[in-house]
Write a protein that binds this ligand. Structure first.
Ligand SMILES: *Cc1c(COP(=O)(O)O)cnc(C)c1O
Length: 392
């Protein structure tokens, strides 16, 4: 490449969709192979004992996992990425940045597993948390204590898709020297890059949209600074919560099509949300792309799309169960973000452990269904849902 072309290349920032395919390790440099090799090895030979190899033991570093970690760091615009055996492994490892006596402010409709980790495990270790409605900055501010160390966000939240103003929370948190963390599972970096809005650490259940095929369990974290990167590295290595090489490879394979999948599913999700919103037999529809969604403008400020998850309330538990047993196309299951549509029933699945009155308070009624829209033809999905909703 000539000097002139090189300068051109440096000046031209690749667009996100191009980065998804050309992330640096898409080709094996030594053979030209069209995908990262799976380095199925636990350890690495020291040819020269005085010059150790780059990787010496796979918990501490493996070239296949490294490729994935560099890939997610590039996509999120951070400095260093980490891959873990599940989303919860990513989240729990990151929480180990805190010490006994520290306090965290956490969004009240946080993912159920994260809620359990905070209230049943970390509390025993002396790490306390206060849950607040993060759509209300005053509540976040009021939760500040002398020992507060971190703020944990999730936007849109699950399952009622509430929106937190990321920049408002991070700028307040910075004034108080707090670390900010955000679970970006629902949007993925394709639609939302929290580091651009001041977030320090981005977390993912890569089991969902990033993997995209309901066939791999994985978690990712991205640090926005070298110092946080070093700390997360020490924790990942010390706790040993790493992702295996086969799953690292599978995840990269899924991530290459993230853009195409998100685009397709989002167009369908918008159609589904609008179709549901104009029906008179649906009590509520939650989707950030709907005109009446209370967080829509804030969401549009920080994201470039509305995502593929639509929640709706069919009025009663009885009717919800009817819909779930009558649908023929979607999977009826826990999880989301896959090529196939997935219908979940929060009251009996993800939020079953929550006391019924707390559930109702948060809009997680017995009639609430969460629809993660896949790649099927949207007309078929709507037709199927219509027959399932029919009152016999
Ligand atoms: C599924 C999920 C998690 C947990 O991830 P696992 O891969 O199941 O451990 C965390 N946060 C959100 C928002 C999720 O949907």
């Amino acid at each position: 490449m000539s000097q002139h072309n090189q300068n051109d290349a440096e000046q031209h920032q690749l667009k996100f969709s191009t980065k998804l395919l050309h992330f640096g390790s898409e080709i094996d440099r030594s053979t030209g192979a069209s995908s990262v090799p799976i380095y199925q090895a636990s350890t690495f030979h020291h040819e020269d004992i005085f010059n150790p190899p780059q990787h010496d033991y796979s918990r501490s570093g493996n070239p296949t996992r490294q490729a994935l970690e560099d890939y997610i760091a590039l996509l999120e615009g951070g400095v260093r990425g980490f891959a873990y055996s599940s989303g919860m492994a990513a989240i729990s490892s990151t929480f180990m940045l805190l010490s006994a006596g520290d306090h965290m402010i956490v969004t009240e409709d946080v993912y159920g597993g994260t809620y359990r980790l905070l209230t049943m495990i970390l509390n025993r270790l002396g790490i306390e948390s206060t849950f607040v409605d993060m759509t209300d900055l005053d509540q976040v501010k009021a939760a500040l204590k002398p020992n507060t160390k971190a703020v944990y966000m999730e936007t849109p939240s699950n399952p009622t898709l509430k929106i937190t103003d990321i920049a408002a929370v991070t700028s307040w948190a910075k004034e108080h020297g707090l670390i900010t963390m955000l679970d970006n599972t629902f949007m993925t970096p394709y639609y939302q890059r929290p580091i651009e809005h001041g977030v320090d650490i981005v977390l993912h259940s890569a089991t969902k949209f990033l993997g995209g095929h309901s066939d791999v369990l994985a978690g990712l974290a991205v640090a926005s600074t070298p110092s946080l990167g070093r700390q997360l590295k020490q924790l990942q290595n010390g706790l040993g919560t790493v992702l295996g090489v086969q799953d690292s490879w599978l995840l990269m394979r899924g991530m290459k099509t993230l853009g195409a999948r998100m685009e397709h599913s989002e167009i369908s999700a918008r159609k589904l949300a609008e179709w549901l919103a104009q029906r008179h037999d649906i009590d509520a529809v939650y989707y950030p792309g709907l005109k009446h969604h209370p967080g829509r403008l804030i969401h549009e400020k920080q994201s470039t799309g509305y995502g593929a998850v639509v929640s709706f309330d069919v009025g009663s538990g009885e009717r919800a169960k009817q819909v779930l047993s009558r649908v023929e196309i979607p999977l009826v299951a826990v999880s989301l973000g896959a090529v196939e549509s997935i219908l979940s029933y929060p009251a009996m699945m993800s939020h079953a452990a929550m006391p019924p009155e707390v559930r109702r308070e948060r809009g997680i009624t017995d009639g609430l269904i969460r629809f993660s829209v896949g790649l099927e033809d949207i007309d078929d999905l709507i037709h199927d849902l219509e027959q399932a909703l029919q009152t016999s």
